[in-house]
Design a protein around this ligand. Sequence first.
Ligand code: SF4
Length: 468
Amino acid sequence: MNRYGDTPLGMVESALEFVRICEDHGFYNIVLSMKASNPKVMVQAYRLLVNKMIEENMNYPLHLGVTEAGDGEDGRIKSSAGIGTLLEDGLGDTIRVSLTEEPEFELPVCKRLVRRYSLRSDEVKQEKPIPEITDYPVDPFTYNRRLTLEVDKIGGGHVPVVFATAEKDMLSSPEYLRKIGYKYSAELDKWEISDYAADFIYLGSSDINYALPGTLGKVFDYSYWITLNDKSDSFPLFTAQQYITAERKSFRINFLEITTDELYQLADEISRDRFCVIILKTNRSHAMADIRRALVELINRDVPVPVIIKRTYSKLDVEDLMLYSATDFGGLLTDGLGDGIWLESDEVSTDRLNQISFGILQATRTRISKTEYISCPSCGRTQFDLQKTTAMIKEKTSHLKGVKIAIMGCIVNGPGEMADADYGFVGSGPGWVSLYRGKEVIKRGIPYNDALDELISLMKDDGVWQEQ
Ligand code: SF4
């Protein structure tokens, strides 16, 4: 760690140092874990560990986890983005989902995550195999976003966009657009746009009968779009065949919805299309790997067209959908692949899909729309009620978009495990708290009851605080 710092390489070298000591003493009964609170760092660290183990002829099993993942939906999404990505890569022998909740809530999440793989090999055997890769241009140990053209507000340097499929009630009343982050005030005739407002709404072949906010693009099936008199605020969605034969296209964005297999055939044809955005979907059950393979093909063929990844889940309840979509999208976004996400389901409502989409982008740190909390699961060392304290801190700080706050039960492990946080609220003794700015302790020995006010005052001094 002294030589490589608090990085994936530092974590790996530190672990291997101890493994070598164990081996020198003839002890091989080892399982290795590279947990971090940031899923991107955790994924890179495990992959690097495996890579180094192969070089050194080691093959110890791996225990996977995202440490201090927090609670609720955020904790589950963050855990799936990290653990699920590695399981999809074929790495991992045991897992733990670490939640700031009662311990009995962790195991059901683990079971759901691994259950997905119990049938996977049978399904894969019946499908057309994913084409093999000989040249793999994505560095699995470092985050680099795939370079793409900027098409309107998609790709280039833009954060990944979010697509939503319209529900019927949205067509007739602006009231229902709150499900995707837009609150309409009839009194003021104004839109309030939240940090988790979708960027595009797919309407198929039905138009909305009121004016939408300018930040929300309308997407229609091409066959309907071509009939519109005013096409200025709407975009066509083409099938592969329509795209090749279309008489007319948009001069802003043309969405092309294709499968991974269609992409291999069309890639060269669209390679220099300045207005094309691919909506990429797959029919294969090992979806993350199949989509990753297709995106690699675009890189290798030098096709800089932005790609929105679309997944349609059926027969999944909201919990499974959350975990599996965080796995599928998370695995791609942590590798810098994908310029947007589109999540569909017949069983799960649009507002939940929208929340999950923004949750995945937050967990992969590709688009920040809320405060990030890193909180430990608590244990025998915990110096205060973790769940109550986390809820209390969230209530006062959840409007601080982009700020990372750690809530850790003890000073023994807390500071080391919140490496990624901007601020730390750490139990230093029964009824006592220490406050951190990054890794530096700023205030020690604060009575628990005063600690939240002190944290807010520290943020005010730093110019980070905003009134709600
Ligand atoms: S109380 Fe300390 S040791 Fe226990 S889980 Fe929290 S940070 Fe880890």
